[in-house]
Design a protein around this ligand. Structure first.
Ligand code: IPE
Ligand code: IPE
Ligand code: MG
Length: 235
């Protein structure tokens, strides 16, 4: 832990909307795919930083249910990146005692990507240090829709439905809600991320573009988080 974080509390669950890869690419006059590659490298660093800081859960939004609307060239480049990243993530996870979990609807991905994901999940399933939930083809509304279907299927008593029933049937079932939600690149919106789970998350938005978000910027977010007064509606 560096001096700047001395005495500060570390959120149990950090969620990140990683945004700005495209703007980073435009700023550097390179193709968008290169911005996504740079974003991937940044993600590797942040995953390790969070694990070392003692964060128990890190959830990262990498591809939304709406991102399929992008050009086939960009979607193809992102799929190619996932293929490589799934393999690389095994090493990072094993070195840092990280369990990887996927959230989102994986059924839309090519079979080889799904196989890579399964391997990643299985290989890291006994790790206990930090859970890294990677959100791909994820949408908060789609997740709620699928949760309702699974409740109907498994015989949940819908006439006496509890909030816990809903939480448990979401992709994030078993995880606590995020304490801190970070969005890079300055957009002041949620873009369909974790709609149910962020009810009381502290929101931190920075203008820094995702590929430029490193340890120092993470520390800035943690310092800002520590200044918040979380009341959860009580006094
Ligand atoms: C975030 O970067 C990554 C994905 C959504 C896949 P963007 O690609 O959204 O970057 P901007 O918003 O165009 O800068
Ligand atoms: C949100 O970013 C989705 C991810 C980070 C995966 P977008 O760039 O897709 O969101 P909008 O279009 O700015 O709302
Ligand atoms: Mg964006």
């Amino acid at each position: 832990m560096t001096d700047r974080l001395q005495g500060l509390s570390i959120p149990e669950h950090i969620a990140i909307i990683l945004d700005g890869n495209g703007r980073w690419a435009a700023k550097h006059n390179v193709p968008r795919a290169q911005g996504h590659r740079a974003g991937c490298e940044t993600l590797e660093g942040i995953v390790e930083d969070c694990a070392r800081l003692g964060v128990k859960y890190l959830t990262v939004y990498a591809f939304s249910t709406e991102n399929w609307k992008r050009s086939s060239e960009e979607v193809g480049a992102l799929m190619q990146l996932f293929r490589f990243y799934m393999v690389k993530l095994i090493d990072i996870a094993m070195k840092n005692d990280i369990r990887v979990k996927m959230i989102g609807d994986l059924s839309r991905f090519d079979p080889d990507i799904r196989a890579g994901v399964e391997k990643l999940i299985e290989k890291t399933s006994d790790n206990e240090g930090m859970t890294f939930a990677f959100a791909v083809n994820y949408g908060g509304r789609d997740e709620l829709r699928r949760a309702v279907m699974s409740m109907a299927q498994d015989g949940t008593d819908l006439m006496n439905l509890t909030e816990k029933d809903i939480s448990d049937h979401l992709d994030t079932g078993g995880m606590p809600d995020p304490d801190l939600l970070i969005r890079t690149s300055g957009e002041l919106r949620i873009s369909n991320f974790l709609l149910w789970q962020i009810a009381y998350s502290e929101i931190y938005v920075t203008d820094t573009l995702w590929p430029d978000f490193h340890r120092t910027e993470l520390e800035d977010a943690l310092i800002a988080y520590n200044r918040r007064s979380r009341r959860f509606g009580g006094r």
